[in-house]
Design a protein around this ligand. Structure first.
Ligand code: GUN
Length: 294
């Protein structure tokens, strides 16, 4: 039976450390880190994520400002808002919650953000610097996964890591990070996606599987090697009348059967998701301290 990679416990530990760091910064410089988040429209999942970011900022003593914009605003209005935040010295870092309404170009929006305030690490300058192993903001979910691997002392050097899913937010940066010559890294990485043929030929050979597809219970035990490390990034809402919210969160891994075979596994909920917000808080602290960019 696999050991659980407990995101709840680990994120609480890191959050305590961050709270201390934020306090120290205040004492040393009188400065309170300040994160802003732009939320366009009323997408249910985005509302939940942003609310959780604001709440957890408060818990660690980071100031936050939520900027809500109507679903039907023009792209230009959003770009002006970003320029304002870029120019505002009181804001250390900010994010634009994705996805955006289809009439707005995510690419133009991301490129408008000053890369020095891009605590999501989505700007091409941060992605490029990350790929070159230069100081950069690392996207929150991949960063949270690195933290998990590091703190649970899971060896990665020389291991075969299979990443499933090539999104800009998770799969693509994850594949770059696991291959870098860094303490968590040095893997041989295979990046699998919707066009991959015979996916299980790859997953069966993987020492580490990181799956970010958004397809509940996709990864089954027959696809996984004995003693593999399995990281489940999926969080799909499926209707569940027994829950107060009316839905349950489901991962991409068929947990009960894969847990029998794996050496380590992340649960959903209580795994990677909580680590994501922790990483955003960490990036915001780095921004306030000007540790990455002067
Ligand atoms: N949508 C899903 N994940 C993320 C994230 O990490 N940052 C932003 N801005 N939007 C998201």
């Amino acid at each position: 039976m696999a050991t659980l990679l407990d995101g709840r416990k680990l994120s609480a530990t890191i959050q305590e450390e961050l709270t201390e760091e934020v306090k120290k910064l205040k004492v040393a410089s009188g400065k309170t880190p300040h994160l802003a988040a732009i939320l366009v429209g009323n997408d249910g999942a985005s509302e939940t994520y942003v609310a959780s970011k604001v709440k957890r900022c408060e818990e660690v003593g980071i100031q936050s400002t939520l900027i809500r914009l109507e679903e039907n605003i023009t792209e230009q209005t959003l770009l002006y808002k970003i320029e304002e935040l870029n120019a505002n010295p009181a804001i250390d870092g900010f994010i634009v919650q994705l996805p955006l309404p289809t009439h707005i170009s995510e690419q133009r929006v991301i490129e408008k953000i000053d890369y020095r305030k891009d605590v999501d690490g989505f700007h091409p300058i941060n992605i490029g610097r990350m790929a070159k192993n230069l100081p950069a903001y690392i996207p929150a979910t991949p960063f949270g996964i690195l933290q998990m691997l590091e703190r649970y002392k899971i060896p990665t050097s020389g291991k075969h890591c299979v990443v499933i899913g090539r999104s800009n937010i998770v799969g693509s940066p994850m594949s770059i990070l696991m291959a870098r010559n860094t303490s968590v890294g040095n893997c041989t990485v295979t990046l699998c996606h919707s066009r991959t043929q015979n996916l299980s030929d790859y997953t069966k050979k993987a020492d580490i599987i990181i799956i970010a597809l958004g397809k509940p219970a996709f990864l089954t035990a027959d696809m996984v090697k004995e003693e593999a490390v399995v990281i489940d990034v999926g969080i799909t809402r499926v209707p569940d009348s027994s829950k107060k919210s009316g839905y349950a969160l489901k991962g991409d891994v068929k947990f009960e059967e894969v847990a029998e075979k794996a050496s380590y596994i992340t649960p959903v909920p209580g795994g990677v998701g909580l680590m994501t917000v922790t990483s955003l808080l960490y990036n915001t602290l780095l921004a306030a301290k000007k540790e990455i960019y002067k």
